[in-house]
Structure formats: C-alpha cells, structure tokens
Design a protein around this ligand. Sequence first.
Ligand code: ADE
Length: 271
Amino acid sequence: MIIDVVSIFPDYLAPLGLSLVGKAREQGTVTINVHDLRQWTTDRHRTVDDTPLGGGAGMVMKPDVWGQALDSVFAHEELIAPHGDKEAAGVVSPDGAVTDGGESPPRRVLIIPTPSGQSFSQRHAHDLATVDHIAVACGRYEGIDARVADHYRDRGIEVAELSIGDYVLNGGEVAAMVMIEAIVRLIPGVVGNPHSLVEESHGEAGLLEYPVFTRPPSWRGLDAPAVLLSGHHGRIARWRRDQSLERTARRRPDMIEALDVTELDAHDQAL
Ligand code: ADE
C-alpha cells in the first residue's frame, strides 16, 4: 500500500515514523510519503488560502494549489505496478491484446479529513486496508474548496470525506494519523499476532472488549476475577462474553441497538 499525505505542516506527521506504523514502513509493507502542500504554490508568498466566496469568517484552501498537489501524487501510479501495469503483469491473448490477466485495477482513494464528513469507523478501516493507493489531503482553516472533492470523484477516484468524531480540530493532520494507524494495523503482517485483532472492541462481534487483567492476582486489595485463574476455558469465554455485553450496554447502548439479534445465544438474551 502507498499512502501520500499532503499538509502545510508535514512535521506534524512525524509520529508515523514510530512504533507499529514505523515498523511497517521499514518492512516495506506500507510506503508513506509526506508532502508539503506549499511546494505546489507558484506565488512569492506561497499562498494556500483565500477568503470564502459569499463572505464570512476564516479562510478557504485554494483548489488550484490542491489540484496541482493531488495531480502530482496520483501521477505516481507506476509505484503500484504490477497491479496497475497491465503490460508487466498481464496476459497476451492470441490476437495480441494485452489484458490484466483478471487482476482488478488498482484502487485509489482520496481521504479528506473533515469534521463535516461521515464518521470514520472500524468498518472504514477494514475497507481502506485493501486499497492500493491512498492520498490524504489535510485541510486547515475553514477547509478545502468543495470542488476539489468533486473533481477527483469525476475522475473516477473514490473520495472519502471522513470525520474522526464530533469535535473540531485545528486541521486534518491528527485525524489523518488516527485513520492511518487504524488502517495500517489491519494490513496482514503488520500486527504480530492476528488473533489480537479478532476480539478487540469494534470487531466482528459488534461489542466492546471485556476487561483484562494480568499478574499479580491481588493488587492493592483488589482481586482479579477468580474465573480467570480457574483454567476452565469454556467458563472464561462465557464470562468474557457476558462482560462484553454488560459493558457495551452500559457504555454504548447505541451498539446494543445495532446488534443482530439472531447472533445472540440464549444466554446472551437472558442478560
Ligand atoms: N478536521 C478538523 N476536525 C476534524 C475531525 N473531527 N475529523 C476529521 N478531520 C477534522
């Protein structure tokens, strides 16, 4: 996977060199390029914004600068061959036509982090983890001229305007990091033990994760639940499922509403 992030504060994205995402970059599982938007300005002042048409407070990011930046980033499609390079990966039929041998074309997505976007969720993360090329356009001020999203959609690129929550940040950089971390850890081979992805919150079960404990069994007068020391795998699994359901009902009743009742067993229903 290739991820290109464009921002007027490229240094904001330095943490993407650390920890699990940093390791995935070192291993070559993901290539992350961070670009300074101002390199695509053409005036002496390196202007990226202008006043809003129709008036009002704040500044809007200019579509011409963003257009130059994103054209340049999406022009690097050769980076994702052989998927995108039909000649190299392809099949030559008897009439000489080159087809892609049944390979699907590369999937390209432009993510625009914005508080007015759709809510980013684990479902988006799973879907985006299968994309070949992601560009992230980090806006500042009042956002990016709306024609930028329309233009790339018209060009056949999937555009995802996504919010990481119902609050307003100063720009898209932190939201971009949140989404990139959630996506990259779902690429096969990035998280050492894939089982740790199975039971976590917002996973397939649609529930929050159960509480976890480690040694010592007793700490500052607080005992870990005895069942976890019983060695009885069936009882432990049941206890964890009950804890997940109870915790979700208490903290996130909206998630309980959304559960598929047919996936609940008799014991779940009795809770
Ligand atoms: N930019 C500013 N606030 C944001 C949010 N909540 N989500 C995504 N991008 C943002």
